[in-house]
Design a protein. Structure first.
Lengths: 114, 113
């Protein structure tokens, strides 16, 4: 069975500082990995996804993530955060093409401090 | 492309009442998904449709829950005899088969009092 662990429930960071949001997954099969962002009172928006190929994935809004199979991790990074990045971030995993059924982590609340 | 639309945005109901939510997916998307998100948790899969066929249901979808997607367009999620534990955000998403990553709607927040 798949599961996702987001190790930090809250991450405060000063504006223009770098940030890393951690995600570890458990799966016995090949996985497809995703990061979503949720702004207050809104649905989830896809930031980036890893399906295959290069382990460094670039997404929208300057975010990137690195797939590390040996450590079963898919950490999200941004070199310089902005106030507008304040949101909830969810890591998700699927073991099937087409992502019929995504398993989400419990989320990390990123707060950017001016 | 107007995105995924969910109605209503908020619903307050008394315990024991029935409620129905509607989701209008992106028009060319043939897959439609329902998720439930409780406070402090990530979304949990409930069910999904490909066109009008309901292809998978989670064990979270008890017999009080029913979902339909007539004609493969909009979908409805009905909860009968609501319980306080049903209070949550109900999220709908759509995608094209074989495309990775959904487009989510803004959700319907249900409060059962």
């Amino acid at each position: 069975a798949q599961s996702v662990t987001q190790l930090d429930s809250q991450v405060p960071v000063f504006e223009e500082a770098p940030v890393e949001l951690r995600c570890n997954y458990s799966s016995s099969v090949s996985v497809y990995l995703f990061w979503y962002v949720q702004y207050p009172n809104q649905g989830l928006q896809l930031l980036l996804k890893y399906l295959s190929g290069s382990t460094l994935v670039k997404g929208i809004n300057g975010f990137e993530a690195e797939f590390n199979k040996s450590q079963t991790s898919f950490h999200l990074r941004k070199p310089s955060v902005h106030i507008s990045d304040t949101a909830e971030y969810f890591c998700a995993v699927s073991d099937r093409p087409g992502a019929n059924n995504l398993f989400f982590g419990t989320g990390t609340r990123l707060t950017v401090i001016p | 492309d107007t995105g995924v639309s969910q109605n209503p945005r908020h619903k307050i109901t008394k315990r024991g009442q029935n409620v129905t939510f509607r989701c209008d997916p992106i028009s060319e998307h043939n897959r439609l998904y329902w998720y439930r998100q409780t406070l402090g948790q990530g979304p949990e899969f409930l069910t999904y449709f490909q066109n009008e066929a309901q292809l998978e249901k989670s064990r979270l979808l008890s017999d009080r829950f029913s979902a339909e997607r007539p004609k493969g367009s909009f979908s409805t999620l009905e909860i009968q005899r609501t319980e306080q534990g049903d209070s949550a955000m109900y999220l709908c998403a759509s995608s094209l088969a074989g495309n990775y990553g959904y487009t989510f709607g803004s959700g319907t927040r249900l409060t059962v009092v």
